[in-house]
Design a protein around this ligand. Structure first.
Ligand SMILES: Cc1cc2nc3c(=O)[nH]c(=O)nc-3n(C[C@H](O)[C@H](O)[C@H](O)COP(=O)(O)OP(=O)(O)OC[C@H]3O[C@@H](n4cnc5c(N)ncnc54)[C@H](O)[C@@H]3O)c2cc1C
Length: 490
């Protein structure tokens, strides 16, 4: 895996011939090999090495994708499934070149909303912003919102098991998939979930994922390495009438870890997320915040909702009761308040963090931004926070650490975020990232949306029978190595 194998993309067919064939499938206007069209696909905000693709195609429907995949499989041409390239892990950079299959431009229909059974059938190009606006205007349902930009793909993030502001209740986005449709290497179209029964019965019978063998797993967290997903049925949730938020101000990492875990376990919170207060200072333009004496270490934002005022009040009271018990038992220096007054003091700039979907401006201000996202063991959050915060200080980089309780604290998210100046700070950032990874692996974090350098390290340290199975499944799904090669497998 560590060796970069150079691939001759057009070993089995002339590039010109392939271009002509693709123009027949997609139409001339939807295929390009012009450098100015290809360049935007060659890099992302992270330290992942740049690489130009050879072509880009813009599909409009499943039939085109099916013919395209069949053709590429025949001539072993790599395909990189792409929607908006916002994965923050170099996952759509075409490591060996190949053809970008950009579904963000024309495959962006909300095909169906089933209000009664609370699911939506989406094409891969449907964005968080688009789905949120549609649901707000047409239904009493909602989907979760990430800190991801509004133009990022719901389906792509579901396939990567992303996290949202409902993840404390419902877990990662992969858990919310009822079923999907995918084009496999032969060009055939397969459906998983309850829609597998038969096209003759009902096309949209996508209300549940089980109890059949869970073939959705063949596409989930594979980073586009097993096929192209052309539709997905995602679960929606009732939009509650009453909403509120609290904020806990915390001194000490152990206290913060315990509060995140216990707030999650109350089962009263939609979201429990924590950051160091340095993030607020960065939002207001301080590049490298200095910690002041007596300044707290962490802030936890807890959001809650209910369909009646009484229900919401009961939830808030219960969370407050748990908070007081923890404070008393451990003598922690912690404070709990309504979020409203903070918002009033901090003003409009701060709204980006709670009025989602939104562009989190501090992450875009510089040309570089990278992180190691992970699912973490909630019992280890204390030392993780402490050690990673100190690493930020060692490297003189403004500390952004984002944490979240997931699924009532069955697990957590831990994510140290580094924004940097690409040209001049890349080497320093790579070193820091390696140090983060060591700490995170030591404390049992499981990295997600993994860039290649992380998969190389993880592959060496994990169960080798797991790797063997992974390689075998990849070989079965993609015998000619055409789907996003160079990520977990060559
Ligand atoms: C500032 C910022 C904040 C973020 N915050 C969050 C956050 O809070 N929570 C969170 O979960 N994420 C977050 N992200 C990550 C990111 O937004 C998601 O990973 C993203 O939504 C994925 O969608 P995309 O359109 O960018 O997919 P792309 O980057 O285009 O694709 C992602 C991966 O999926 C594969 N893929 C895409 N489409 C298909 C398909 N149809 N079939 C098969 N494979 C496919 C690609 O090959 C690639 O490997 C954040 C990103 C940024 C930049």
């Amino acid at each position: 895996m560590t060796d970069v194998i150079k691939r001759d993309i057009f070993e089995y067919v002339e590039k010109e011939t392939a271009l002509n064939e693709l123009e027949k499938i997609f139409g001339k206007a939807n295929v390009s090999d012009k450098p100015h069209d290809l360049y935007p696909y060659s890099y992302d905000m992270t330290e992942s090495p740049h690489h130009m693709p050879d072509m880009i195609v813009i599909p409009e429907n499943v039939d085109q994708i099916s013919r395209f995949v069949k053709y590429c499989d025949q001539y072993r041409i790599p395909i990189i499934p792409y929607v908006s390239g916002n994965n923050v892990g170099g996952l759509t950079i075409p490591e060996y070149g190949g053809i970008m299959c950009d579904m963000g431009k024309k495959m962006n229909k909300i095909i169906k909303i089933n209000e009664s059974l609370m699911y939506a059938i989406l094409e891969p190009g449907v964005t968080f912003g688009q789905l949120d606006a549609y649901l707000k205007n047409h239904t009493n349902l909602k989907y979760g919102l990430a800190y991801a930009p509004p133009y990022a793909s719901v389906v792509a993030n579901s396939l990567l098991s992303g996290l949202t502001n409902l993840s404390c209740c419902y877990g990662g986005m992969s858990d919310w998939l009822n079923g999907l449709e995918a084009v496999i290497h032969t060009g055939e179209v397969v459906r998983t979930g309850s829609c597998f029964i038969s096209k003759e019965y009902r096309e949209d019978n996508w209300f549940v994922r089980y109890p059949i063998p869970d073939l959705i797993g063949l596409f989930m967290c594979w980073q586009g390495m097993t096929g192209i997903v052309t539709k997905a049925a995602v679960q929606l949730w009732p939009r509650k009438k009453y909403n509120t938020a609290l904020v806990a101000i915390v001194y000490g990492s152990e206290a913060c870890a315990e509060l995140i875990r216990e707030f999650g376990r109350t089962e009263c919170c939609e979201d429990v997320s924590a950051v160091p207060p340095d993030v607020v200072k960065m939002t207001f333009g301080i590049e490298y915040p200095e910690k002041q004496p007596e300044e707290p270490d962490w802030a936890i934002i807890i959001s809650m909702s209910g369909n009646s005022e009484e229900l919401l009040r009961a939830k808030v009271n219960y969370v407050k009761k748990i908070f007081e018990e923890i404070k008393k038992k451990n003598n922690y220096r912690i404070f709990l308040s309504n979020f409203g007054p903070f918002v009033n003091v901090l003003g409009k700039e701060f709204a980006i963090y709670y009025d989602l979907p939104n562009i989190i401006t501090p992450l875009y201000e510089w040309d570089g931004c990278t992180w190691i996202g992970s699912y973490a063991n909630p019992d280890n959050l204390g030392p993780l926070m402490e050690k990673c915060y100190n690493l930020f200080k060692k490297y003189e980089i403004g500390p952004i650490i984002y944490m979240k309780s997931m699924k009532a604290s069955h697990y957590a998210v831990f994510r140290p975020i580094v924004r940097y100046h690409k040209g001049r700070e890349e080497e320093k950032v790579k070193e820091l990232q390696h140090e983060f990874l060591e700490v995170m692996l030591e404390y049992q974090c499981v990295p997600y949306k993994t860039p290649r350098w992380i998969t190389e390290i993880v592959r060496k340290r994990c169960d080798q029978t797991w790797i063997k199975l992974l390689e075998n499944v990849k070989k079965m799904m993609d015998p000619n190595g055409i789907f996003n090669p160079g990520k977990w497998c060559l």
